[in-house]
Write a protein that binds this ligand. Structure first.
Ligand code: GAR
Length: 221
């Protein structure tokens, strides 16, 4: 099977983009990144793509009068590149219902919490505020409601004594970088289906959709 033509949409640093580039550019992978689009000019993620020889586009959301107009430009760029799958990777922009429906079950997002807990922004500050011992990240299919949609993969990371937003955020990012390539692999290989708004994976192995931060391996039970 030809690799699925995948676009990654970013707004910033692009460390998840980097993880996707690294995973898809070695050996045989069912996805190939053919386009990176940023809604902000000059961000580090664009350099990462350029360094990997991946075509980039900047579609500056600020210059569009409406969400509809921006999303139409986005859609056109994706179609011009004959894209099959879309990965939102730190793409900090709400998409219109029409756009999301057009890419239904073909568009993935990563969120830095164990959804459905902690939708929205500043997840790590809220986890710390709640005094929780555990958090993580979620890769899910995108739905029109923010941070909703069938979960593909989750990654778990501990909250450790003395953690700050920065230390916790860095730990969660480590597990994000393993979860996103795993989720893209599951979807691009055609093994996922959405049934009644739940992801079903063909021939699923135990723990295929659950990744643990390395610090959790071997913890006492
Ligand atoms: C990641 O932590 C991602 O989960 C988060 O933004 C960061 C982007 O980092 N996304 C959201 O909060 C979406 N609501 P990156 O640019 O280094 O990949």
């Amino acid at each position: 099977m030809e690799p699925r033509r995948t676009a990654v949409l970013i707004s910033g640093t692009g460390t998840n983009l980097q993880a996707l580039i690294d995973a898809t550019s070695v050996g045989i992978h069912p996805a190939r990144i053919v386009l990176v689009i940023s809604n902000r000019p000059g961000v580090a993620g664009l350099e990462r793509a350029a360094r990997a020889g991946i075509p980039t586009r900047v579609i500056p959301s600020r210059q569009f009068e409406s969400r509809d107009a921006f999303d139409a430009a986005l859609d056109q760029a994706l179609r011009e590149a004959a894209v099959d799958l879309v990965c939102l990777a730190g793409f900090m922009r709400v998409l219109t219902r029409a756009f999301v429906e057009r890419w239904r079950d073909r568009m993935l997002n990563i969120h830095p919490s164990l959804l459905p807990a902690f939708r929205g922004l500043e997840t790590h500050a809220r986890v710390l505020e709640a005094g929780l011992p555990v958090t993580g990240c979620t890769v899910h299919f995108v739905r029109p409601e923010i941070d909703e949609g069938p979960v593909i993969v989750q990654g778990v990371a501990p909250v450790l004594p003395g953690d700050t937003v920065e230390t916790l955020g860095a730990r969660v990012l480590e597990i994000e970088h393993r979860c996103y390539p795993r989720a893209l692999e599951l979807v691009a290989s055609g093994r996922t289906r959405v049934v009644e708004e739940r992801v079903v994976v063909a021939d699923e192995h135990p723990f295929e959709r659950l990744l643990l931060h390395p610090s959790l391996q071997g913890t006492p039970r």
